[in-house]
Write a protein that binds this ligand. Structure first.
Ligand code: GDP
Length: 530
């Protein structure tokens, strides 16, 4: 992104990012501390407390808790050092990878949290690969340094080897485990010392002038100083210095060491995000890209969440603003339907509370309550027919037939299923031959989640049963070719919730056969959201 014009200050100060991590690495704790330093909450523990209060509301939420997964992702905004941070929460469980993928289309960077004792774990690796597909800049936080952790060089090597990314230390830990006393802030030539007595206290920072500063001797116990100096000398000799361009290109990650629970290293990480994190980026779209500094407002829906409040059947579409300065009450064109929508009650998620968003700038995330008009992938503009691209929908890997527990309620079931399909929680296919619905998901756990949500939110018992099909492929071609193909393969054809034609089968052989017999038809495992 060189040679780009300077962004308007309001946009330039926005940092929109997500946290990626393996369960238990400390994402929730870090989020809490972010909000604490962002002044959005008064006391750490509130995020969890609020979460818990919400969770007890239903069995579904109970299940979420039991399994340690977080299904209801949201976006939170807070200010730090003159910057506006927008933190988009990623669902934690691997079963929700599609949802996670789409969430990552709404951010400009990711913070990767790893556990200092465990290193790069499976889920981190998966999420990292998704970030790489988009060349997202990554900032790394190595957490739990207050406990026995791995050797610092080993941790850095592991990230480098497993994730094939250059790593540059932004800070260096002093002491290990019980002896961990803080870090040397390499980027700012500072010593940051941890206070174990007060977990919510911001670390004491001492500016020093280089590693030969006599203050080091006063502040670091003699038994730790020798090892620290040896390590840092070796690190500075062997490891690359921070190259900002490489970081922005996603080929180098700076790593901070800290302990989220002790509020340690968090402020330094936040300063890092502010100083080195990317500004709102250019958005890919058709027929042209969208630059954040453009005056007309544009945004796109990356997530839809239904029934956030079980008393109201509303849905909230989460919109990432791609350009301009949005003000409440604005009329925006919903490009897919070409209709105008007055956005009168957009919400912003400040900490754990919803608030009316009076305005929003490129980079911000707003929630727009609606009755189902807004779907994942939709673009909103001030009139120009632009369509944001790169928000895919993946072919489900598991298919099952949904049956209403009460046959009289089949219509209701259809409605519920369609709603979840719009939310992106599942794919729903209506076979053109026979009755019932085929529901497709990426991970098996989603069937359970769906069944309990349908029961909770619609009062409908539902059964999922094995389907004769195991694969779904979208059918592409001219209208004529698709119709002809569909007529000749009736038993295999279904329509998805957007009305697009899908080929269902249980044999790879069938998919290969279509490739041979129908040269004017293409089958694909992903479709761009319409
Ligand atoms: P998440 O699953 O990634 O959201 O992880 P949590 O934030 O819920 O943390 C998982 C566990 O690790 C919790 O018991 C936290 O209290 C604990 N934890 C988080 N940060 C630290 C840390 O810096 N040091 C230690 N010792 N424990 C931590």
């Amino acid at each position: 992104m060189t040679n780009r014009p300077a962004l308007p200050p309001e946009i330039a100060r926005r940092r929109t990012f997500a946290i990626i991590s393996h369960p238990d690495a400390g994402k929730t704790t870090l989020t809490e501390k972010f909000l604490l330093y962002g002044g959005a909450i008064q006391m750490a523990g509130q995020v969890r407390a609020k979460g818990e209060a919400r969770r007890t509301r239903s069995d579904f939420m109970q299940m979420e808790k039991d399994r340690g997964i977080s299904v209801s992702a949201s976006a939170m905004s807070f200010d730090f050092d003159g910057y506006r941070f927008n933190l988009v929460d990623t669902p934690g469980h691997s079963d929700f990878s599609e949802d996670t993928y789409r969430t990552l289309t709404a951010v400009d960077a990711a913070v990767m949290v790893i556990d200092g004792a465990k290193g790069v774990e499976s889920q981190t690796q998966k999420l990292f690969e998704v970030c790489r597909m988009r060349d997202l800049p990554i900032l790394t936080f190595c957490n739990k340094m207050d406990r026995e952790s791995r050797d610092t060089f080993e941790i850095i090597d592991e990230i480098q080897e497993n994730l094939a990314i250059d790593v540059t230390p932004a800070s260096w830990p002093i002491g290990k485990g019980r002896e961990f006393i803080g870090t040397y802030d390499i980027l700012n030539d500072r010593l940051d010392l941890m206070d174990r007595a007060d977990r919510n206290k911001v670390a004491q920072s001492v500016r020093i002038s280089g590693l030969s500063d006599p203050k080091l001797k006063e502040l670091i116990p003699a038994e730790l100083l020798g090892t620290f100096l040896e390590e840092i000398e070796m690190a500075q000799e062997l490891m690359p210095k921070l190259d900002h361009d490489a970081m922005l290109a996603g080929t180098m990650t700076p790593i901070w060491f800290g302990s989220a629970i002790n509020s340690f290293g968090v402020k330094e990480l936040m300063e890092g995000i502010a100083t080195y994190g990317p500004e709102p980026q250019i958005q890919r779209a058709e027929p042209r890209m969208i630059a954040p500094e453009e005056t007309p407002v544009t945004g796109f829906v990356f997530k839809v969440q239904a029934n956030m409040d079980p008393k109201h059947r509303d849905r909230v579409a989460f919109v990432r603003m791609s350009s301009g300065h949005f003000e409440r009450g604005m009329k925006l064109t919903h490009v897919r339907s070409k209709k105008q929508m007055a956005i009168t009650n957009p919400v912003m998620f400040l900490a754990a509370d919803r608030e009316l968003a009076e305005e929003a700038w490129a980079g911000d995330i707003i929630g727009i309550p609606n009755h189902g008009q807004l779907r994942i992938g939709d673009t909103l503009t001030e009139g120009e027919a632009l369509k944001v691209t790169g928000i895919p929908s993946f072919a489900p890997e598991l298919l099952q037939t949904a049956r209403a527990g009460d046959p009289m309620k089949a219509k209701h079931l259809e409605k519920a299923l369609m709603q979840f399909a719009e939310e992106g929680a599942a794919k729903v296919f209506k076979p053109t031959f026979g009755s019932g619905f085929i529901v497709g998901v990426v991970g098996a756990l989603q069937f359970e989640v769906l069944a309990s949500r349908i029961e909770m939110e619609y009062g409908l018992p539902v059964r999922f049963e094995g389907s004769q099909f195991t694969s779904a492929r979208w059918v592409h071609g001219t209208r004529d070719a698709v119709d002809k193909f569909a007529a000749a393969n009736k038993q295999h054809i279904a329509l998805d919730n957007d009305g697009d034609t899908v080929f269902l089968t249980r044999l790879q052989w069938d998919i290969d056969r279509v490739g041979r017999d129908y040269p004017d038809i293409k089958l694909s495992a992903t479709k761009e959201m319409m």
